[in-house]
Design a protein around this ligand. Structure first.
Ligand SMILES: NC(=O)C1=CN([C@@H]2O[C@H](COP(=O)(O)OP(=O)(O)OC[C@H]3O[C@@H](n4cnc5c(N)ncnc54)[C@H](OP(=O)(O)O)[C@@H]3O)[C@@H](O)[C@H]2O)C=CC1
Ligand SMILES: Nc1nc(=O)c2c([nH]1)NC[C@@H]1CN(c3ccc(C(=O)N[C@@H](CCC(=O)O)C(=O)O)cc3)C=[N+]21
Length: 282
């Protein structure tokens, strides 16, 4: 079994990025800048935002965090986004999701300038993904594709099953796999015979949000398994896949923690550097 080590791979990517940013700064350019907006006090979101800040500092991206109270108005949040859109030293804007009730996240995401949309959530970037045009890609799916590439696991011509169809993971992941020439099936809560679909797959991607949802008897021996799930249980952080049972059967598998999560953060840094280079060229 090959352990797809997202932690290690993300550190390699971060090291490479650090060198590139250093080279830009040595030429006299400003540092790249990322604005992170966190509304409310959801503990999980606070952990992610802290991890993102640390990762930025480590590679030389200046991160500016905006921690707003849960009772902020839609209007106030929109004004902050509009202000950040205009700031020349801010290359990327990340609005941590989910937002507290009463705030319209879709409206906010559409307000973020597409050239600063390092999360790849703006309809313009989503459309570009659909068309196969260059643009920002959602960090989790893009990070997963990079992880597979670094382990020389090519889904071209293979059967890929994605469980989950969210706008941030399942749907964009399915499009990236299609672009990589996989034959893609997307499953969800209304899928009739999930086991039958998953048993057929050479590559299984689980983004469901239910602890140990994918069991060993659901997958074909020799499949590649990518576990996106982050579930906080009494036994700690658990993925959507039953890792202990699946590791015997899989050709390769991602752990949780230490798999997809760190790759998501590395991709955010890569996207921010991409936005920075575009902004310097303008
Ligand atoms: N590691 C990382 O970087 C990231 C991890 N995550 C984690 O990944 C998981 C998924 O996140 P996200 O995509 O945002 O989740 P959502 O809750 O938005 O989507 C879950 C999907 O799973 C489907 N689903 C639910 N129950 C079943 C079922 N019984 N059978 C088949 N499909 C089912 C849903 O179907 P339907 O559409 O029909 O309701 C839905 O499409 C979560 O654990 C989240 O914490 C998320 C983002 C990044
Ligand atoms: N605008 C926006 N963009 C996002 O990309 C976004 C978001 N909102 N909202 C929430 C989800 C979730 N997400 C994760 C990122 C890193 C880890 C991560 O680093 N996980 C570590 C463990 C961290 C821990 O201990 O909790 C790991 O898997 O090893 C997990 C989940 C990004 N998301």
């Amino acid at each position: 079994m090959i352990l797809l080590d997202g932690k290690k791979t993300s550190l390699e990517i971060r090291q490479e990025l650090k060198e590139k940013i250093k080279a830009y700064m040595a030429k006299g350019h400003r540092a790249p800048g990322l604005a992170v907006i966190l509304v409310g006090d959801d503990p999980a979101s606070q952990v992610y935002v802290r991890n993102k800040e640390k990762a930025c500092a480590d590679v030389g991206i200046v991160s500016k965090s905006f921690r707003l109270s849960a009772d902020i108005s839609q209007q106030e949040l929109e004004s902050l986004i509009q202000k950040l859109n205009k700031e020349s030293e801010i290359d990327g804007i990340l609005l941590q999701l989910p937002l507290p009730k009463g705030l319209d996240s879709q409206r906010c995401l559409e307000l973020i300038s597409p050239d600063k949309d390092v999360d790849g959530f703006h309809p313009q970037n989503v459309g570009k993904l659909m068309l196969g045009l260059p643009g920002f890609r959602s960090c989790t799916p893009a990070g997963i594709m990079t992880l597979l590439q670094r382990y020389n696991l090519d889904p071209a011509g293979k059967k890929a099953v994605v469980i989950g169809r969210s706008n941030i993971v399942g749907k964009p992941l399915a499009l990236l796999l299609l672009q990589a020439n996989a034959t893609v099936t997307v499953c969800h809560s209304r899928t009739k015979d999930l086991t039958k679909e998953v048993l057929d797959a050479d590559f299984v991607f689980a983004a469901v949000g239910r602890a140990k949802f994918v069991k060993a008897d659901m997958v074909k021996p020799g499949a590649v398994i990518v576990d996106v799930g982050i579930n906080r249980t009494e036994q700690g952080l658990v993925g959507d896949c039953d890792f202990e049972a699946l590791k015997e059967k899989a050709l390769a598998i991602t752990p949780v923690p230490g798999g997809v999560g760190p790759m998501t953060i590395a991709q955010l840094l890569v996207n921010t550097f991409g936005a920075y280079k575009q902004h310097l060229d303008l």
